[in-house]
Design a protein around this ligand. Structure first.
Ligand SMILES: [Zn+2]
Length: 562
């Protein structure tokens, strides 16, 4: 007698049985007058799937697999079941227009699997998602350089569908954390789906994700972040958290419609990584002296300015830490709260708690120190200025290029320059520059042109360092495990500041051109961002090219100074 318990024989048999079932269903479909569909390997549209609850779908041996507007495609095994009629009525009550297809039980089993993607998130508390800690640990150990992510992604590609989305995400997040990425970008492009990490402030291509995975990946991410699944035309924001060991990692997700599909940016916030202190800012000696005096004051405004991603929040948090003592009440209003700070009351703007209304409520709480995340409109500007004039120390940020630009910005926001002196203590400007990897950085002799530029930039430094001769510059090395083969490791701020003194006030009121204000501030002897950065180039903390990327340097020896 033939033994059918052999593994291979069984497998072949069930394959034949499935093929036979597909053939039978295809024939029946033709007889009933319905189109036949094979859903094996088909990417089920989650927007369709979620329209029929899993229990109803299983009860009717049916599944919704495609949807465009009100049109919804539903596959059933047996169209004459009474449950099918009930289900179709429910869909029609939702103003959906179902089109019926016939499919096999294997197709249904495959499609029903997709409910797991939906339920993983809806079953758990919304916005909280548990990755498998063992997978995360395995991936983060395995990822040592950016190229490792691509290799592991390839091996995930061979596992079955149900686990694939989860593991792709686990790898994406574990890899990002392991390499110290601040953001994850997923961008549909002509050739495929590009995954990029922002490492030390610079976007880096990591791997192309299989295009077939994209729509399910998007659905999972949107569910995690509490977004609407079928809103494809507008931008959406959301957030979720996951635990990694002892850490709670927060992910802030932003989705925008792009030419070839939705584009995603996820910012990773690890509150345990962020410990803020003045020391960690690594201010130059001069800036540190200035800030220590400023942080002792009890009223007035400390304003820092710079474009998005210039480290403004980090600086303000470090300043707040410095002010934080038992008898000081500190309240912040932020959009959103980026890190939780112990012992400080942090509030976050929302629809009915705006910067302006929030700030007014905060003032009624009698704080000593207030941090206003950003001044963007005249109402907030006015309230913040008034708070500073009435016995509060106010920390805030402005979106301008440099310190001197802050004065014009406030004027444009309707603040009378005649009250600057009574409200503002100091205006800071800042940028972030990447630090050379201490392990693999290397050197080269400065070119004639580079030497001249270094000399010219430092010629008006208030306390110029000695420029060695011959001059050697540090440059990124070949890359190593420490810097994930990028040549850079970590970032640091470069700062400048203008104190609001009589001479600066006089200049602002007489002739508020930036050059005039800067000249008036010269006697303060505070280095500019370019000065600060050039000193860091001489020390070998960063490269000449990196400083050039971040600030405007004279390009050639005979160029005028910017
Ligand atoms: Zn290195």
């Amino acid at each position: 007698m033939v033994q059918f318990n052999d593994h291979l024989a069984n497998e072949r048999l069930s394959e034949l049985r499935h093929e036979e079932e597909e053939r039978v269903i295809a024939t029946q479909a033709a007889q009933y007058g319905y189109p036949y569909i094979n859903l094996n390997g088909y990417t089920i549209n989650p927007n369709a799937l979620s329209e029929i609850p899993e229990a109803v779908a299983r009860g009717a041996s049916a599944v919704a697999f495609e949807r465009a507007g009100a049109q919804i495609k539903v596959a059933v095994k047996n169209p004459s079941l009474p449950e099918v009629a009930t289900m179709l009525t429910q869909l029609q009550n939702k103003k959906l227009v179902p089109a019926i297809y016939m499919c096999s039980s294997k197709s249904l089993d495959h499609a029903w699997e997709r409910y797991r993607d939906l339920s993983i998130t809806s079953a758990k508390k919304r916005g909280v998602f548990d990755f498998d800690p063992e997978n995360i640990a395995r991936f983060s150990t395995a990822v040592r350089a950016a190229t490792d992510v691509a290799d592991i992604m390839k091996s995930i590609g061979t596992i079955n569908n149900a686990r694939r989305i989860t593991e792709t995400l686990e790898l994406t997040f574990a890899g990002a954390l392991s390499l110290g990425a601040s953001d994850i970008h997923i961008e549909p492009e002509d050739g495929g789906i590009r995954l990029r990490y922002r490492l030390n402030g610079v976007l880096r291509d990591i791997v192309d994700i299989d295009a077939g995975l994209y729509s399910r990946l998007m659905s999972r991410l949107k569910l995690l972040a509490g977004m609407t699944l079928n809103k494809k035309l507008g931008a959406q924001d959301g957030r979720f958290t996951f635990s990694m060991g002892e850490h709670e990692i927060e992910v802030r997700v932003s989705v925008i419609p792009a030419a070839l599909g939705e584009s995603v940016v996820m910012r990773l916030l690890d509150p345990s990584v962020a410990s803020f202190s003045l020391d960690k800012l690594q201010l130059s000696d001069i800036m540190l002296r200035v800030m220590k005096v400023e942080l002792k004051k009890k009223t007035g405004m400390i304003i820092t300015s710079g474009p998005t991603g210039s480290g403004k929040t980090t600086a303000l948090y470090a300043f707040l830490r410095e002010k934080h003592t038992e008898n000081t009440k500190i309240i912040t209003i932020e959009n959103p709260i980026e890190y939780k700070l112990d012992g400080i009351v942090q509030t976050q703007v929302s629809e009915d708690y705006t910067f302006a209304s929030g700030l007014r409520s905060i003032l009624r709480q009698d704080p000593n120190v207030i941090m206003v995340g950003e001044i963007r409109d005249s109402e907030v500007a006015e309230t913040a200025v008034r708070a500073a004039q009435t016995g509060h120390l106010v920390f805030t940020t402005l979106h301008t290029n440099n310190a001197v630009g802050g004065f014009a910005r406030l004027t444009n926001l309707g603040v009378d320059p005649r009250i600057f002196k009574s409200a503002i203590n100091i205006m800071l400007g800042q940028r972030l520059i990447r630090l050379l990897c201490p392990q693999c950085k290397t050197t080269k002799p400065a070119s004639e042109n580079e030497r001249t530029i270094v000399e010219r930039v430092l010629s008006d430094h208030p306390e110029p360092p000695t420029i060695p001769s011959p001059l050697t510059l540090h440059i990124p090395g070949p890359g190593c495990a420490l810097c994930s083969m990028s040549g850079y490791k970590g970032r640091i701020g470069i700062f400048e500041a203008i104190l609001m003194d009589d001479a600066v006030e006089e200049a602002i009121l007489r002739d508020p051109r930036e050059q005039v204000i800067l000249e008036a501030a010269m006697p303060q002897k505070i280095p500019s961002m370019t000065h600060d950065g050039m000193v860091k180039v001489l020390c070998g903390d960063t490269s000449f090219e990196e400083l050039e990327r971040v600030v405007e340097l004279p390009r050639r020896a005979d160029d005028p100074l910017p």
